[in-house]
Design a protein around this ligand. Structure first.
Ligand code: HEC
Length: 160
């Protein structure tokens, strides 16, 4: 290869690399509108009381394993959170609301509620719409995430 062709090839590689970096940078920096994750002031929440808490946990367990919650219908919460510790960081040991790295990075939130975390994972990893704010499903998935999944995480960490 002559020096000239070598330089031409080098130039092409540089251009391609630059394009890849710009593209990857855009994707990486792409955030999510925190309005999708923070409960709107004028919304009402599904009422949780002692009478329906067991039913909510059972519904929450179903939803946790339900692939139809994701945009493409191929991912459930349990697809990523396969075990009691998978894809969780130690912030999950703390009571809500608390700091979660991914929510801080993507939605610029200093702190997030359990419900907010459900909506965050619905919108970001599951690539779907948030659940309706007054829905039983949101209340169920929140109750299950906090009451069962978080408790299992705390127990698993304590056992280590
Ligand atoms: C594509 C993978 C993926 C899917 C699917 C997913 N999550 Fe997550 N989730 C993550 C990651 C990664 C984290 C850790 C974020 C961090 O700590 O910065 C996380 C963290 C969490 C946390 C704990 C955060 C904390 O420290 O308090 C909860 C609760 C949670 N997810 C709930 C859900 C629910 C509910 C669903 C289904 C609607 C779901 N996740 C689907 C990747 C996923």
């Amino acid at each position: 290869m002559s020096i000239r062709t070598f330089h031409k090839v080098l130039k092409k590689i540089t251009i391609i690399l630059a394009l890849v970096m710009v593209f990857a940078g855009g994707v990486y920096a792409a955030g999510v509108d925190s309005a999708l994750i923070i409960r709107p002031k004028d919304s009402t929440a599904f009422a949780v009381d002692k009478g329906n808490s067991d039913a909510l946990l059972a519904r929450g367990e179903q939803l946790w394993n339900d692939k139809s919650l994701s945009k493409k219908g191929k991912t459930a919460c349990s697809s990523c959170h396969k075990t009691s510790t998978k894809m969780f960081k130690t912030t999950f040991l703390e009571t809500y609301p608390h700091y979660v790295k991914m929510a801080s990075k993507k939605a610029k939130l200093d702190s997030i509620t359990a419900e907010g975390m459900v909506q965050f994972c619905m919108v970001v990893p599951m690539k779907n719409e948030p659940l309706p704010w007054d829905s039983e499903d949101l209340a169920a998935l929140t109750a299950y995430s906090e009451g069962v999944i978080q408790q299992k995480y705390i127990e698993a960490k304590a056992a280590k």
